[in-house]
Write a protein of this length. Structure first.
Lengths: 299, 319
């Protein structure tokens, strides 16, 4: 018996190797991942350029107005055309990548940590604690997330930091629910009982043993949640409640698009395609990740 | 069944109290003294203090909250700082428009999404299926307000088929001006419903009882609608119900794009003029609407899926 087990374990792959193998076979998901990594590289390199050139490129090409080229159509000189202040939409989109992307990622990270913490406690201890936490989460879920985000921005004022909060807070209950369910499904397993029997502390059991085993649905929700967050950020900025001008966030580029839609179609078309491709890549990546982590869920 | 409905209804009360309290607290944090906003910066401190007492702003948060709830039950949401008109009256004018928009969006989603999902599932891996799946992926990834802009660009400005903004008068006018906003609001949900219907149908299609039905010689249409769709419908109803909140949120964007006279546009304008009672009132009304729709979906769910009802009964008897 022990021989067989040993033989098997030598040949078998780890969980993550298995996941990676299944993920790589999903071409759409790999495309999504590549595009997303590309966007992150663009964001990081523009931040580096700003630091190295002391914002001179940012000031010269991204925010400086040049009314001679107002609403210029796409051409060789400005491949995405210019906005109502004659600023190149190409430069504004490249420099704007970081806002949509990083605000989305940070907001979802905050929601994952807080929601995961609450859901973890609720799922592990059960009983009264569970009841109190989850009823509070129900209250949050009774407010449509976009409406809550708008209310938060209205009360706190429109700024990048408040935008971050108003995207993160409505997402917390979703993560709390997912983590709670995963924790509940793991906590009665034998290895947890074994850990309790040898006197492991609650903290170690929750963070050391239960959470790593409940990670798969959290990662998937975080990926898909980031996609939704990017859509919400673009929406709020479009309404003028998010990132404030002249910061080149993609949604805020679209704010003026409605007004100039008759004369300059490119302002409304191009930034929207950027948002769509970003969200699409995250959705494909998230779906692929879910299928790779849990092949049972695949239809 | 009626017991279930009553219980769900009672459970709604604490949730609504909690949600309104949360929104009330957020709005209370907003900077600026309402009395100063109303009277202007030149008002004397005595006048400001008087107005504060008149508005009840000198009382503690909890007292103000319960006053607010009391007034809400009486149908009073206070008056707008901007034009002194009752907030409730303004919302009453605009809420039907938002509801119409969200419902039409839902209708678009269901009428397009379900048949497309059924055909895709029945012809899995056909050209139709592949094209549909790509289109739904793109639609689900597009911001609703951007799709609205694209529709305006194509159907209003280039083809001139529909008006690009506002709400027409008369039945025909309203319908004509509703089409583009409804497609905008419904497109994301239509994509989701189509994908959901497809996967849900695919699960059912391979079941043994479908083979049995075929062996009995039933017509394919009877099998599709009675045997497959009825069973596949349960997860679809859940998704459609949960999406209503998304549709309400989406209407806020869409109303701004199309200048649709609804609550969403009202909120956005109220935020820009710092008209707190209008924002608070609208948000509270949207939450209440959302909760009631969710309740309705839950009841519908129990009606469609007998297992929920029996689970509930089993849960009661074990306690």
């Amino acid at each position: 018996m022990s021989n067989i087990t040993k033989h098997d374990s030598e040949k078998s792959r780890s969980l993550w190797q298995d996941v990676a193998r299944r993920f790589v076979n999903n071409k759409l998901a790999v495309c999504g991942l590549i595009f997303f990594v590309l966007l992150i590289l663009i964001s990081i390199s523009t931040i580096m350029i700003d630091i190295i050139t002391d914002n001179s490129i940012y000031n010269e090409y991204v925010v400086k107005q040049n009314l001679a080229e107002k609403l210029a159509k796409p051409s060789l000189e400005h491949i995405f055309g210019c906005d109502e202040f004659g600023r190149s939409i190409f430069f504004r989109m490249v420099w704007g990548t970081r806002y949509s992307l990083f605000i989305g990622i940070i907001a979802i990270f905050i929601a994952t940590v807080i929601g995961g913490f609450l859901g973890g406690i609720a799922g592990y201890y059960g009983g009264k604690i569970d009841n109190v936490i989850m009823r509070v989460m129900d209250v949050f879920l009774a407010i449509p997330s976009m409406v809550m985000a708008i209310a938060l921005v209205a009360a706190l004022g429109a700024s990048t930091f408040n935008l971050l909060l108003s995207i993160a807070i409505p997402q917390i209950p979703r993560f709390a629910r997912i983590v709670r369910v995963s924790v509940m499904s793991v906590k009665d397993m034998e290895f947890i009982e074994a850990a309790k029997a040898v006197g492991a502390k609650d903290k170690l059991i929750i963070f050391g043993y239960i959470l790593p085993n409940a990670m798969a649905p959290i990662i998937v929700q975080a990926t898909l949640g980031t996609a939704n967050a990017i859509l919400a950020i673009a929406g709020l900025s479009y309404l003028g409640l998010g990132v404030q001008p002249p910061t080149p966030e993609w949604g805020s580029i679209l704010t003026s698009a409605r007004m100039y839609i008759r004369d300059a179609w490119h302002i409304s078309v191009i930034p929207g395609i950027g948002i769509m491709l970003t969200v699409l890549s995250l959705n494909l990546f998230g779906d692929g990740l879910r299928d790779a982590l849990d092949p049972k869920l695949k239809n | 069944m009626s017991k279930y409905i009553i219980k769900r209804f009672l459970m709604l009360i604490p949730v609504l109290l909690g949600a309104t309290f949360f929104v009330f607290c957020i709005m209370d944090m907003s900077p600026g003294d309402p009395a100063v906003i109303i009277l202007g910066p030149d008002a004397s401190p005595e006048n400001i203090a008087d107005l504060k007492v008149e508005l009840g702003l000198d009382k503690p948060l909890m007292v103000r909250y319960f006053n607010f709830i009391g007034n809400l039950i009486k149908g009073d949401l206070g008056t707008s700082y901007k034009n002194n008109i009752s907030v409730m009256d303004q919302i009453r004018d605009k809420l039907p428009n938002t509801f119409l928009l969200a419902l039409s969006g839902m209708l678009v989603a269901v009428v397009v999404g379900i048949p497309v999902g059924i055909i895709s599932a029945k012809k899995q891996y056909s050209v139709f299926d592949n094209v549909t799946m790509v289109v739904t992926l793109i639609l689900a990834a597009s911001p609703a307000f951007w799709l609205g802009l694209m529709l305006v660009l194509l159907f209003s400005l280039n083809l001139g088929w529909f008006p690009s903004s506002g709400m027409g008068s008369g039945f025909g006018g309203v319908i004509k001006s509703l089409i583009l906003p409804a497609i905008t609001v419904g497109s994301n949900t239509a994509a989701l419903v189509a994908r959901m219907t497809r996967s849900s149908m695919l699960e059912v299609i391979r079941q043994d009882y479908i083979d049995t039905a075929r062996a009995k010689g039933l017509k394919e249409s009877v099998i599709t609608y009675k045997h497959m769709l009825k069973n596949a419908l349960i997860p679809i109803i859940t998704v459609v119900g949960l999406q209503f909140g998304v549709l309400l949120g989406g209407s806020v964007m869409t109303e701004t794009v199309f200048s649709w006279p609804g609550v969403g546009r009202f909120v956005v304008e109220a935020i820009k003029t710092k008209d707190i009672p209008s924002v608070l009132g609208s948000v509270v009304v949207l939450c209440i609407l959302f909760s009631f729709v969710n309740l309705f979906v839950d009841i519908l769910y129990a009606y469609v899926d007998p297992r929920i009802k029996s689970q509930y009964k089993a849960g009661r008897s074990s306690k």
